[in-house]
Design a binder for this molecule. Structure first.
Ligand code: AMP
Length: 184
């Protein structure tokens, strides 16, 4: 199964992605985590990404698309995956489809964890990551509305959007998700 998980910072993408991966035996690719570790380790990707991440801005599409193209072609991805935090723009979504088409693969679902803005900000503040300051969080929310919300329509149009209401305990959300995916 090939899945992506969408939602603002603080929507619970990482928590749910980890649980779904464990339950369905999928490979997890968490873009935010990869970037934070690349920055901490001063890798080439980290050096290019740093200025954007610390401002809460999205990394340029070209850089992300190249990186994800390489990552998806690695052998550990063959048995199925879930991408957390990718795609985040319409261009990234289209490029992902091209990439999958090129290897005769399809995306099964785009899972959208729906959360009110105020709750997103409140939850992110509690995470306490280095790029979770109030100014950066506002900027990330802006980037989410400007760039990521439009791709919900992209997946909805292709009948691939699975919207999950997250005003429930974490374990119930996971249960709903796994049930929806198993029935699909
Ligand atoms: P996250 O932990 O998923 O909220 O991601 C942290 C930061 O990494 C974001 O604020 C962006 O600067 C960057 N980032 C993560 N995923 C992407 C993406 N798909 N495209 C561009 N930038 C990204």
């Amino acid at each position: 199964m090939r899945l992506i998980i969408l939602g603002g910072s603080g929507a619970g993408k990482s928590t749910q992605a980890k649980k779904v991966c464990a339950a369905l035996n999928l490979q997890l690719v968490s873009v935010g985590e990869i970037l934070r570790s690349a920055i901490a380790n001063r890798t080439a990707l980290g050096k290019q990404a740093e200025a954007y991440v610390i401002q809460g801005k999205l990394i340029p599409d070209e850089l992300m698309i190249q990186f994800m193209g390489d990552r998806l072609s690695q052998p550990d991805m063959a048995a199925g995956w879930i991408l957390e935090g990718y795609p985040r723009t319409a261009f990234q979504a289209e490029e992902l489809d091209f990439l999958l088409d090129g290897s005769n693969q399809t995306l099964d679902w785009a899972i959208y964890l729906q959360v009110a803005d105020e709750l997103l900000l409140e939850r992110s503040q509690k995470r306490g990551l280095p790029d979770d300051t109030p100014e950066i969080l506002e900027q990330r929310l802006k980037a989410f509305h400007e760039s990521t919300v439009p791709i919900l329509e992209y997946y909805s149009h292709r009948q691939k959007l699975l919207t999950i209401d997250t005003a429930k305990p974490i374990s119930e959300i996971t249960e709903t998700l796994i049930q929806c995916l198993s029935n699909s």
